[in-house]
Design a protein around this ligand. Structure first.
Ligand code: NAD
Length: 470
């Protein structure tokens, strides 16, 4: 049982002024595993003041000094690798294999920021002018529950690389994971006030961060609805915003695809992080001529996927984070059925023997049109929609006919053809035939999937402001 009562402000674990308590439940059993005391506006303002104070000297630091801090941050995170994995599995219900990948990727993101920083130039001569890029000020980070550690590490590392100081508000459902991270931050021994964290609710701490004039920039990852409200509030003080929002990504299976490769790729990206992944490829666009063959192969493959307790090594899909998220996925499955789509695998309810937790059955719908609710809205669970197309142009049109534009996937034996399709997808990212982790390349989406890019020098650039001196 973990009871978290402190924020991390100015280099110290600090008792919360806000006293609202939030119970932490195991997604696997719905038993209480701890609690977190939620901060209020006053806690938030203290953290902002600490970051503002620290910014004065930190913004003057050299690249080499920041790189050294990032290395210490990285090493401290790596030193507690197993504890991060344990917290992710227990509190979030993420499968252990995913947890191990994520923790390593999170630490790597810090090193990517460090390397990018060392390769960046912060001044250049443009005609008669000298143009410099300067840290923007105090950055606020507001993050969701589905991959807490990577958001924390990536956003913090790129902000610190730029010379900004940080106040983070994680999801209240990630408090145990955040506590382990903050212990690492503390152990890294960075100057006080560089990294601050306030536990709390979005409509309290998140709103204060969005409206406080001492915050210069917000980097938010979460739902499109909340992203819009943060952007609207931030506009009052003209904060810079980076918004990483929802997705409904298409996976185009071309008619020459080898199903031995395409089917595992579809399931790996469709059910990524138990389906609770913004970049999940959930609209599976298949050539009408091969629809039966592909759906049969998908159905066979899904039967081999283990839904189960997240700490078991062979579990591919763990529980949904909360009962609310479980119910959301159930409602979408019902909506799909009501609108005329056909379930060929999975369906409503819990898998047998897993009734106590928030487990759902990985589900595949066929007879889906791109206008159905299940093809337009983000479900954020392991539910795939198979949509047939007749020509490559029609596949591209269907893929692009979405409010979202985060990621895309293409399966084909012809790389050139796949690249040609990828070029025409109106999304921030496309993966061809395999999922590659690209920590130096820009991450983010078009349209309602957000604004701006994260990762590497692109992410660092989002914390810098140009200045011209002529
Ligand atoms: P959410 O938008 O409900 O919450 C995200 C964060 O915002 C939480 O910390 C929450 O407390 C805070 N928040 C809530 N209301 C707020 C307000 N009014 N002002 C300021 N902050 C507020 O999202 P969630 O349910 O935690 O996560 C799931 C969503 O996140 C999905 O839609 C998913 O697509 C999206 N997501 C996007 C990415 C990406 O990189 N594009 C990655 C992961 C998740």
């Amino acid at each position: 049982m973990k009871h978290i009562t402190q924020h991390y402000i100015n280099g110290t674990f600090t008792d919360s002024i806000g006293q609202e308590k939030f119970e932490l439940l195991s997604p696997s059993t719905n038993e209480v595993i701890g609690s977190v005391v939620l901060g209020n506006e006053e806690d938030t303002r203290r953290a902002i003041a600490a970051a503002k104070q620290a910014f004065q000297s930190y913004s003057q630091s050299t690249k080499e000094e920041r790189a050294a801090y990032l290395q210490r941050f990285h090493d401290a995170i790596m030193a507690r690798q197993d504890d991060h994995v344990e917290a992710f599995v227990t509190e979030y219900g993420g499968p252990i294999q995913m947890a191990q990948f994520l923790v390593k990727a999170s630490a790597d993101a810090i090193l990517s920021a460090k390397e990018s920083l060392l390769n960046m130039a912060f001044t250049e001569k443009v005609g008669e002018a000298e143009v410099s890029r300067n840290p923007i000020g105090v950055a606020a980070h507001i993050t969701p529950w589905n991959a807490n550690i990577i958001y924390f590490c990536n956003k913090t590392a790129t902000a610190l690389a730029a010379g900004c100081t940080v106040v983070t508000k994680p999801s209240e459902m990630s408090a145990i994971q955040t506590q382990v991270i903050m212990e690492c931050v503390h152990a890294a021994g960075l100057p006080a006030g560089l990294i601050n964290m306030v536990n709390g609710r979005g409509d309290v701490v998140g709103v204060e961060l969005s409206q406080n004039p001492d915050i210069a920039k917000i980097s938010f990852t979460g739902s499109t609805a909340v992203g819009k409200s943060i952007a609207a509030l931030s506009a009052q003080t003209m904060k810079r915003v980076t918004l990483e929002l929802g997705g409904k990504s298409a996976h185009i299976v071309l008619d020459d695809a080898d199903l031995n490769k395409a089917v595992p790729f579809i399931l790996a990206t469709g059910f990524l992080n138990s389906g609770q992944a913004c970049i999940a490829g959930t609209r599976i666009l298949v050539p009408a001529s091969r629809q039966n063959e592909i759906t049969t192969a998908l159905k066979q493959a899904i039967d081999q996927i283990k839904v189960g307790m997240p700490h078991e090594n062979d579990t591919a899909i763990g529980p949904m984070i909360s009962q609310k998220q479980y119910q959301r996925v159930q409602d979408y499955i019902q909506k799909g059925i009501d609108e005329g789509a056909k379930v060929i695998a999975g369906g409503a309810g819990h898998p047998d023997g897993l009734e106590a937790g928030n487990f759902v059955k990985p589900t595949i719908f066929v007879d889906v049109t791109n206008q159905m609710t299940i093809a337009r809205e983000e479900i954020f669970g392991p539910v795939l929609c198979v949509i047939p197309y007749k020509t490559d142009d029609e596949a591209i049109a269907i893929a692009n006919d979405s409010p979202y534009g985060l990621a895309g996937y293409v399966s084909s034996e012809n790389r050139q053809r796949a690249k040609h399709i990828a070029d025409q997808l109106d999304t921030g990212m496309v993966s061809i035939n395999t999922f590659v982790h690209t920590p130096f390349a820009p991450f983010g989406g078009t349209r309602q999937s957000g604004l701006g890019r994260e990762n590497g020098m692109y992410g660092i650039g989002a914390y810098l402001e140009y200045k011209t001196i002529a």
